[in-house]
Design a protein around this ligand. Structure first.
Ligand SMILES: O=C(O)CCC(=O)C(=O)O
Ligand SMILES: [Fe+2]
Length: 305
């Protein structure tokens, strides 16, 4: 019999999972219990998991194919492309390019055609205070809109843009240029249907350039409202990290932000595996055909230049 325990951490989302040693291979029953809890609570915290890189990769693989982070060149672990280093520690004598990762509300990898299914982030070093991460429940963000507003946004598409990732100007210009080259603007539905639960959720955040079919002014007003709504404190779980916390989030129905509220002289080291998601995006190039509203698209693209 398993001693696995699941304890909610927040009303909107978040639960703590104890009584399981993630260094050991998962049996089918435990995997399925964890997956069910993940779909229900969206963010799972596994405290006290002193995992090697290989063990983190093995556990993550139980929940899907891993991304090799090819879209974010050279930000990965030197021996394991599956591990993204999110750290303010110097790498090779140079400031880390991930020291300011996740500083605005976002959903991972929406600047690619395949936003992540989820991610598993292991805390290895942390400052004595601060450096928390917040997640918000995007099912609730959608479900608390009026039916009239839901109908208005249900079939809209948003343009996600890697150049809106916050803090790019502080990173190595060569890497930033490569990241932008690899990631042209991409359109995603503003309202997503979760492939496992069938529930609708809002895909917003601060990396969106505009809404296809609306003018710039209309986009700004609608996105301004939706973003403010989606960040409502009652949709949020805020995690205060301990070393060896592994946090696993469902990226298909949440957004998150990593807070810079800590002494940057103190090391913070997080290791992330990203689960490959479904291709929901449409890369926007000048040659993209069969556009629903070509004129509005061209206007949006012109604004990017
Ligand atoms: O550093 C963190 O707490 C999270 C950063 C982030 O956004 C991510 O790893 O996806
Ligand atoms: Fe992130």
């Amino acid at each position: 019999m398993s001693a696995l325990q699941i304890q909610p951490l927040g009303y909107a989302l978040g639960a703590q999972v104890t009584g399981v040693d993630l260094r050991r291979p998962l049996d089918a029953q435990t995997r399925s219990t964890i997956n069910d809890a993940w779909l229900r609570h969206l963010v799972l915290v596994f405290p006290g998991q002193d995992l090697s890189t290989a063990e983190q990769i093995a556990f993550s693989r139980a929940f899907g194919e891993l991304d090799d982070h090819a879209f974010q060149p050279r930000y990965t672990h030197p021996e394991h492309r599956e591990i993204l280093l999110v750290t303010n520690k110097q790498i090779g004598g140079k400031p880390s390019d991930t020291r300011n990762t996740g500083r605005n509300w976002h959903t991972d990898l929406t600047f690619t055609a395949r936003p992540a299914k989820g991610a598993l982030l292991l805390c290895r070093e942390k400052p004595p205070v601060g450096g928390d991460t917040m997640w918000a429940n995007m099912y609730l963000a959608y479900e608390t809109l009026t039916p009239r507003m839901q109908r208005f946004i249900d079939d809209l598409e948003a343009i996600h843009d890697a150049s809106l990732v916050k803090g790019l100007e502080q990173r190595d210009p060569e890497k930033v240029a490569e990241m932008k080259r690899l990631n042209p603007p991409v359109a995603h539905p503003l309202v997503r249907v979760h492939p496992e639960t069938g529930r609708k959720s809002l895909l917003v955040g601060q990396r969106i350039r505009g809404l296809i079919g609306l003018s710039d002014a209309e986009s700004a007003a609608v996105l301004g409202f939706l973003n403010e709504h989606a960040q409502s404190p009652e949709f949020v779980y805020r995690h205060r990290w301990s070393v060896n916390d592994l946090v696993m989030w469902d990226n298909r129905c949440t957004q998150h932000i990593a807070l810079p509220d800590f002494d940057q002289a103190q090391p913070r080291l997080m290791l992330r595996c990203s689960l490959k998601g479904e291709a929901t995006g449409r890369i926007l190039t000048a040659t993209t055909s069969a556009l629903s509203d070509r004129e509005a698209l061209m206007q949006s693209l012109a604004a990017i230049a």
